[in-house]
Design a protein around this ligand. Structure first.
Ligand SMILES: NC(=O)c1ccc[n+]([C@@H]2O[C@H](COP(=O)([O-])OP(=O)(O)OC[C@H]3O[C@@H](n4cnc5c(N)ncnc54)[C@H](O)[C@@H]3O)[C@@H](O)[C@H]2O)c1
Ligand SMILES: O=C(O)C1=N[C@H](C(=O)O)CCC1
Length: 252
């Protein structure tokens, strides 16, 4: 049985994962952590991770960027593997994550779904052909009106896949409103839309002369992220220190 600490247990994703794990005999939530205590769970909940003294095999984190440093310190000190799903991390936090990965196993992924992880692979092939042929790359992402970070972690990860295939030649443009100039050839435009209950949409547009190719992923439910996170937790429990991602978990 894999023992999980659910960090952000009372949030939208924390509750999705609580329901998924209730149905899975291989995993158990032994403790939850959340700053908001207004939900009753079947497992004990504390308001900050430093107060959690229950032994566990892995931490799943879906919380808030401001909370991630505490999670990394906790997991590094106790050598507990961590599945890091929170988005909007700063460069300093990404560096902190690399340091923590010297002490424990860290799997970070901005998107736990099969579809997006396959898309990142497909984009590398597409970019090698289309980017090299001079197609412009633009990304549009859409999410619900409760999301705090923009652009989405997934949009950045998709851009990174394209950029990696183009040997890191691209810069990212998040806002053209103040520029009075044409688009640069080597930029990737990234635009964010927020509204209603949209679970998550990502479109990657390769626009060339007289032809356009679009890749689109639509999430219809948060369960796709939750299932991926639970599979990642099972995979990561017991693994040695180091950096992991969803391509280690999913056969692509
Ligand atoms: N990787 C993925 O596949 C994926 C999928 C969905 C969401 N996310 C990301 O996960 C994060 C959470 O998303 P959500 O929709 O569940 O958000 P949410 O706001 O519904 O839930 C976050 C929870 O974390 C709690 N929290 C905040 N700060 C805390 C702290 N310091 N200590 C303890 N608890 C704290 C909040 O009280 C809240 O209950 C976001 O960054 C989102 O972008 C990632
Ligand atoms: O609902 C969210 O918030 C999501 N965040 C992730 C991101 O920023 O990419 C993944 C999709 C859902």
């Amino acid at each position: 049985m894999v023992r999980v600490i659910m960090h952000g247990c009372n949030g939208k994703m924390g509750q999705v994962i609580t329901r998924i794990i209730e149905e899975d005999p291989e995993v158990e939530i032994v403790a939850g952590v959340d700053a908001y205590m207004g939900i009753t769970n079947t497992y004990p909940v504390v308001e900050s991770i430093e107060k959690c003294d229950i032994p566990a095999d892995v931490v799943i984190d879906f919380s808030n960027a401001a909370a991630v440093d505490g999670v990394l310190d906790y997991c590094a000190e106790r050598r507990i593997p961590v599945v890091l799903c929170t988005t909007g991390l700063s460069e300093t936090q990404l560096q902190h994550m690399e340091e923590a990965a010297k002490e424990t196993a860290v799997l970070k992924s901005a998107n736990m779904s099969l579809g997006i992880n396959l898309l990142m692979k497909l984009l590398k092939d597409a970019a090698k052909v289309l980017g090299t042929a001079g197609f412009d790359v633009e990304i549009v992402e859409k999410h619900h009106n409760q999301k705090v970070d923009a652009p989405s972690g997934t949009a950045l990860a998709l851009a990174d896949s394209v950029n990696e295939a183009l040997e890191e030649a691209c810069t990212y443009n998040f806002d053209r409103s103040k520029d009075r100039k044409k688009r640069e050839k080597n930029e990737i435009g990234i635009a964010a839309v927020r509204g209603g209950t949209i679970v998550g949409e990502h479109e990657v547009i390769f626009a060339g002369t007289d032809e356009v190719i679009e890749f689109k992923h639509t999430a219809y439910s948060k369960a796709i992220f939750g299932k991926g996170a639970v599979e990642a937790a099972k995979f990561l429990a017991g693994k040695p220190a180091g950096r992991y991602d969803m391509s280690d978990v999913i056969q692509l």
